[in-house]
Design a protein around this ligand. Structure first.
Ligand code: MN
Length: 261
């Protein structure tokens, strides 16, 4: 058989030669990881906490291990359709078909816009402009929305960027979210911020349109991504690996990208 019909052979050669690079898009997960903070009367996620079971001591002389407590939506994490009321009869995180967790990524960079305006919202026009320059959106693909917000990910206050009027972080406008969910061939949206929706999305109509439309359409969200700056606009392959939590609404997630050099 020729290598032309053995793509995994080429892939292995690419990994060995370094022409395929593996990029980690995951933020570190610890007690310092920023968490979303909902206003009263809504309930919130507790801080990620690690408890030591033993560390080469009388509790376990040759082994080190911990247990942890934390929310499904902590750090770099995956939103399953069941997370939102519009997707309540759809997949939990253990039921998501793994085929949909591997796919092509496109990266739209609005770092300059988000620097000038932390409430910047991605629009259909932005998507159309990207497609004119880079080609149509790939079926089964993921939109990774770069805003430069990853630079704030080690500082809860800067990351949430809240003032008296609430949080101010970039997001996606309602009409764009509706189109991505209902009409685009993509299966997911990934962002660098604490959630897929903008900080001001509580005031949109409908509120939280990314959650409302994407999860209601049995599509997915990914948050708090890192290293999007290392990805090309098109051509990377994304691997999304949430824990297989039975009845889980989401999960902390390791997210990797393969990039051809
Ligand atoms: Mn979430």
């Amino acid at each position: 058989m020729s290598t032309a019909i053995r793509p995994l052979t080429s892939f292995i050669e690419g990994l060995a030669s370094g022409t395929i690079e593996v990029i980690d898009l995951t933020q570190p997960l610890s007690e310092r990881t920023p968490l979303i903070k909902l206003p009263p009367p809504f309930a919130n996620t507790p801080v990620w906490t690690t408890h030591e079971i033993s560390r080469y001591d009388e509790r376990g002389p040759a082994w080190y291990w911990n247990w942890f407590e934390g929310g499904e939506h902590s750090g770099t994490h995956f939103d399953a359709p069941i997370h939102w009321v519009t997707g309540k009869d759809k997949d939990d995180v253990s039921q998501v078909p793994v085929r949909r967790l591997v796919g092509p990524a496109i990266v739209i960079d609005k770092t300059a816009e988000a620097r000038a305006n932390p409430d910047y919202l991605l629009t259909r026009d932005d998507i159309d402009a990207f497609a004119r320059r880079h080609g149509p959106l790939p079926p089964g693909g993921w939109l990774l929305y770069r805003t430069g917000w990853d630079a704030r990910a080690n500082d809860q206050e800067a990351f949430l960027n809240a003032n008296a009027s609430g949080p101010h972080t970039p997001g996606i406008d309602g009409e764009c979210a509706r189109w991505l969910a209902g009409e685009s061939p993509l299966v997911g949206i990934g962002v660098e911020t604490v959630g897929t929706d903008a900080g001001t999305a509580h005031s949109f109509s409908p509120a939280f349109p990314c959650h409302q439309f994407m999860l209601g359409a049995n599509k997915y969200g990914l948050t708090q991504l890192a290293n999007l700056v290392k990805l090309p606009p098109t051509g990377a392959v994304l691997v999304v690996a949430p824990l297989k939590l039975v009845k889980g609404s989401g999960s902390p997630c390791r997210v990797l990208a393969f990039v051809q050099r």
